[in-house]
Design a protein around this ligand. Structure first.
Ligand code: URA
Length: 443
């Protein structure tokens, strides 16, 4: 094989060829020096041409090993990690991580920033004054030993190659690719060193997989890549046709996660967190059925242990835990602008994609690499599928700092809603649960 170069990789993939492991190894070890235009050309070629399972497995493995693999053997008990493939209003991690920890299972969470029109947990936690998601590995492990929950982003130490690919995909229209999503998600889950891996594969307008069949393809790929790399992965395919909960943004999503941990959250968000958590507790072997796990988690919300754990978690990462009682200490918008219903009727459609785009347009997403975010802006949805509305009533409020960005966001949110005369029901929250058995990596 000739010595790889970025140009040869781009041309191979453009022409539908398959990369050898050595070529991908060269790319991952040199990616920090690859010019943006060449990296985005290669990513686009992958989006258009795809990758074989062998290539996807190699890329995942190499990205995971671009930094350290966390050794959690000195952290007692099984450790769990969860990841979503990306959604709108998806603040599940902010609820699930402390919730599961409060029920006695350790959560070692490696998270990402916003991607495309979807939000990212690392950006959201930065709305909490002082919260540091870039903690060193030793602090991460110490925190797991002391309070059973820690959250970190990719750093120079953990899956750094994913950090570079991810930031470029976000701004080059190269997110929607099964091999790139699988490698990105799984490389972080392997680097986190967790024993129990639960992946929330989103399906619908606000997801990168627009229907259940493509969500299953993504789940199948991630389970098979996990199996080949010796990791057992459970995938839950869940609804992202309409946004999760009412809040889409950063500060407002953290506030909604807090309400959920206090037992006052939206029904869909609460239900999803409890169902995913039940599967994690089952995977960790602390309960005999997912239903028993769910009951334990509902109890942790009801008796206050879940919100207590959230306070501990925030404080351990340098954040101001007064945020629980005073969410207004997070960045707040100057204006709350209603988007009004144009007709009487029932909400029959609420598309997550334009809502995510509205949030991004208001300043809640990046239009270029490294762009600063406005953590105060976003969308508060007042009406969801099935709700009755009257003409002129607020469907949603836009949280705005820059009025110049308002018109596009109003149009986007207006277009997200479909109102008709007949009551509609929300689609099922959980579409399917898939699990594969791990085999040793050498097999
Ligand atoms: N989350 C990730 O970490 N990567 C993706 O590509 C999509 C969602």
């Amino acid at each position: 094989m000739a010595k790889p170069s970025m140009l040869s990789l781009i041309k191979t993939k453009r022409d539908g060829g398959e990369h050898a492991r050595e070529e991908l190894a060269w790319l991952v070890s040199n990616v920090k020096d690859v010019p943006d235009y060449q990296l985005s050309a290669w990513l686009m070629a992958v989006v258009c041409r795809g990758m074989s399972l062998a290539e996807t497995t190699d890329l995942t493995d190499l990205m995971a090993h671009s930094g350290q693999i966390m050794d959690l053997s000195d952290v007692p008990g099984p450790c769990a990690d969860k990841h979503s493939t990306g959604g709108v209003g998806d603040k599940v991690t902010l609820v699930l991580a402390p919730l599961v920890a409060s029920a006695g299972v350790t959560v070692a969470k490696l998270s990402g920033r916003g991607l495309g029109h979807t939000g990212g947990t690392v950006d959201k936690v930065e709305a909490i004054p002082g919260f540091n998601p870039e903690i060193p590995i030793e602090q991460f492990k110490q925190q797991l030993r002391e309070i059973r929950v820690a959250l970190a982003s990719q750093t120079g130490e953990l899956a750094p190659a994913d950090g570079i690919f991810y930031a470029m995909r976000d701004v080059s229209g190269t997110v929607e690719s099964i091999p790139l999503i699988a490698a990105s998600v799984l490389s972080k889950k392997i680097a986190s060193g967790a024993d129990v891996i639960l992946l929330d594969v989103k399906t619908g307008s606000g997801a990168f997989m627009k229907d259940d069949a493509s969500a299953k393809d993504l789940a199948d790929t991630m389970m098979e890549v996990g199996r080949r790399l010796g990791k057992q992965v459970v995938c839950v395919v869940s609804e992202m046709g309409q946004p999760l909960g009412h809040a889409v943004g950063h500060s407002n999503e953290v506030a909604e996660a807090i309400q959920t941990l206090q037992g006052n959250g939206p029904a869909d968000l609460t239900e999803l967190c409890v169902r995913l958590g039940g599967l994690i507790l089952l995977g960790a072997g602390t309960v005999s059925s997912a239903e028993a796990g769910e009951a334990k988690l509902r109890e942790a919300i009801a008796d206050g242990s879940a919100i207590y754990k959230f306070r501990e978690f925030v404080a351990a990462q340098g954040g101001d835990s007064r945020v629980v009682d005073h969410p207004e200490i997070m960045p707040q918008p100057r204006l709350r602008v209603p988007v009004e219903a144009l007709a009487d009727g029932f909400v029959q459609r609420l598309d997550a994609l334009p809502v995510g785009i509205a949030c991004k347009e208001l300043g809640g997403g990046r239009l270029y690499k490294g762009a600063p975010l406005d953590l105060a802006v976003g969308v508060d949805l007042r009406k969801k599928i099935g709700d009755r509305v009257q003409k002129g009533e607020a469907l949603a409020y836009l949280l705005v700092n820059d009025e110049a960005k308002l018109a596009v966001a109003v149009d986007a949110v207006q277009s997200a809603y479909g109102i008709g005369p007949v009551p509609a029901t929300s689609p099922d929250l959980i579409r399917a649960v898939y699990a594969a058995q791990a085999v040793p990596a050498e097999v």
